[in-house]
Design a protein around this ligand. Sequence first.
Ligand SMILES: N[C@@H](CCC(=O)N[C@@H](CS)C(=O)NCC(=O)O)C(=O)O
Ligand SMILES: *[C@@H]1O[C@H](CO)[C@@H](O)[C@H](O)[C@H]1NC(C)=O
Ligand SMILES: CC(=O)N[C@H]1CO[C@H](CO)[C@@H](O)[C@@H]1O
Length: 400
Amino acid sequence: MASRLRIFNVNQIINYVIHKGRPKCPVFLQPRWRSTLNAAVPPKTQSNRKLLIGAAFGAVGIGFGLYNYFLPSESKQKHTAGVALTEKVDFTRNDNIVDIKPSREISGPANNIGLDLTLYQYQTCPFCCKVRAFLEFYGIPYKIIEVNPVMRQQLKFSKYKKVPILIAEDKEASKKHQLNDSSVIISILGTFLQDVPFGLDSVLKYYVPVAYINEEGKEVEEIMNKYFLMFGDKYKESADTYLKKERQWRKWADSVFVHVLSPNIYRTYDEALQAFNYFSEVGEWEKNFSAIERLIVIYVGATAMYFVGRRLKKKHALKDDVRESLYDTCKQWMKEIGSQKKFMGGDMPNLADLAVYGMLSSIEGCLAFQDLLKNTNIGPWYYNVKEAVVNHHGYQKLKL
Ligand SMILES: N[C@@H](CCC(=O)N[C@@H](CS)C(=O)NCC(=O)O)C(=O)O
Ligand SMILES: *[C@@H]1O[C@H](CO)[C@@H](O)[C@H](O)[C@H]1NC(C)=O
Ligand SMILES: CC(=O)N[C@H]1CO[C@H](CO)[C@@H](O)[C@@H]1O
């Protein structure tokens, strides 16, 4: 017991709050901590991580600035298959992946696409929720590996250390490709699904990361067309405006929408507590933590995140009452859909609908979400997308 409790080092937590550790995920909480709590933390790692829970909160939103600069200009980028940037696609291949028993398996009707998919994720991370919404909408089966947010030992195989990561195993070629970043994953799979026989290998040629030095002098890799789907000869000029809008709003979800979420769920101490109780429910902490561990995680986590939320509020220049910012952002989204259409995509959700829905679903059990339903008209849209996702409406669109 003593060794388990060692992890909840209050000094570290205070240290974290005072020294403004970087929150690592806007809405995070991940369910499977049992192994963390039992594992001995090597002292070196411990000093690196200022706070057990803080370590779990995933940094977001850094580096979007430069990224804009490098985005291919809309006028230049066409959706024709154009010229593939490279013949070599093995850069995504990763043979270091260790076989870990999946935390769970999700089934779906689209089981004949020739890919075996494994999602490395945190259950309530908005980027992961977004990818799950996409996969579920199309009815694609996949396995889930819950990453331990403190040790992150499940990501050892990867140089890229964020979640979500999707491992796509080409069954025929028996090659495992590693896809990083929620929007990249969605664009690659979205392109792949339009012409499954074309093959994942061929699709990957269009999504080549480019390395550059960012504002902080760090070398980063970015896939410049990460919001673009490639249509090859199925590209229709007439769809240009529609596609442009879809891209813009997908990007908006990543760079604007996501940032109003966490300050809202941790707005007051009571709300933070309520959020953590919700995470506890979703993550089945009662089954997986001892009573005392669970309480400590909830109370300490709520306290830490309350402060983190206030920092994020400042950082993203949200309104004094962060609810107002949440309502504004959602109203902006609903205004864009207008009153004529069910979804931004028309009768069916498109990738922008799925992105915003997926991220919003990460806070579904929180008070902020209930307030949002009361104070805006986003509810009907939200539940319409949910229905389409849960019932795999995208599956009918697939030509398999
Ligand atoms: N742009 C990425 C962002 C992913 C991200 O920030 N994930 C967080 C969890 S919500 C993370 O893994 N953070 C860990 C870290 O930054 O070290 C995406 O869209 O997938
Ligand atoms: C994902 O990151 C890994 C490094 O860990 C890299 O080898 C791989 O090529 C990346 N995938 C893509 C699609 O860029
Ligand atoms: C979310 C989670 O980790 N749930 C696990 C809790 O523990 C039970 C039994 O030990 C597992 O079956 C659950 O999967």
